[in-house]
Design a protein around this ligand. Structure first.
Ligand code: ZN
Length: 174
């Protein structure tokens, strides 16, 4: 089955009246800001979105999305794959009133000049906000094992294994 592309912008009030649902992808080429925040985006985002009205007659955009990115481990500097999974509930910001009416569990999303929501920006913001603040392998997977971390002096075998540059000169003279 071919995956549909999520539309870039949608009029949330109209979509809510029609109770539209979207299940599709956002191509990774459209996620430029996310790409700048990580070491690499590995695939398209899978996104499902539902538009509707709640009991208060507020427009509600709820959805889920996931994507896979490469992050750089802050302990060993190697890349590792990270699956970013987000879930969100938004209501459009029409006026200060919408901010007062919105229950705490809703986030507010700004509309563009045409009264539409930029869905790609919304999903991308969610991914960026949900990236780990300090990217790190699980301890078991990290090549820098905390047991092997040595503070201060180098272990002796490391010093012995290191070739002495004068030895190289000596062998050249022979
Ligand atoms: Zn690591």
């Amino acid at each position: 089955m071919q995956k549909v592309k999520i539309p870039r912008t949608v009029d949330p009030a109209k979509a809510a009246q029609k109770r539209l649902d979207y299940d599709g992808i956002i191509q990774l080429s459209l996620l430029k800001r996310l790409n700048e925040s990580v070491s690499g985006v590995k695939r398209d985002a899978h996104v499902s979105l539902s538009f509707g009205m709640d009991e208060q007659q507020l427009v509600v955009i709820s959805g889920k999305a996931n994507i896979e990115v490469d992050l750089e481990c802050q302990r060993c500097n190697e890349l590792f794959a990270h699956e970013c999974e987000v879930e969100f509930t938004y209501t459009p910001y029409y006026s200060e009133q919408s901010e007062q009416d919105a229950p705490d569990e809703y986030d507010l999303v700004d509309l563009n000049e045409y009264g539409e929501v930029d869905l790609i920006q919304l999903v991308e913001d969610e991914f960026i906000l949900n990236l780990p603040q300090v990217a790190m392998h699980d301890e078991a997977d990290c090549s820098v094992n905390s047991d092997n971390l040595v503070f201060g002096e180098l272990p002796e075998e490391v010093l012995e294994d290191k070739p002495n540059p004068f030895d190289v000169l000596k062998s050249l003279k022979k």
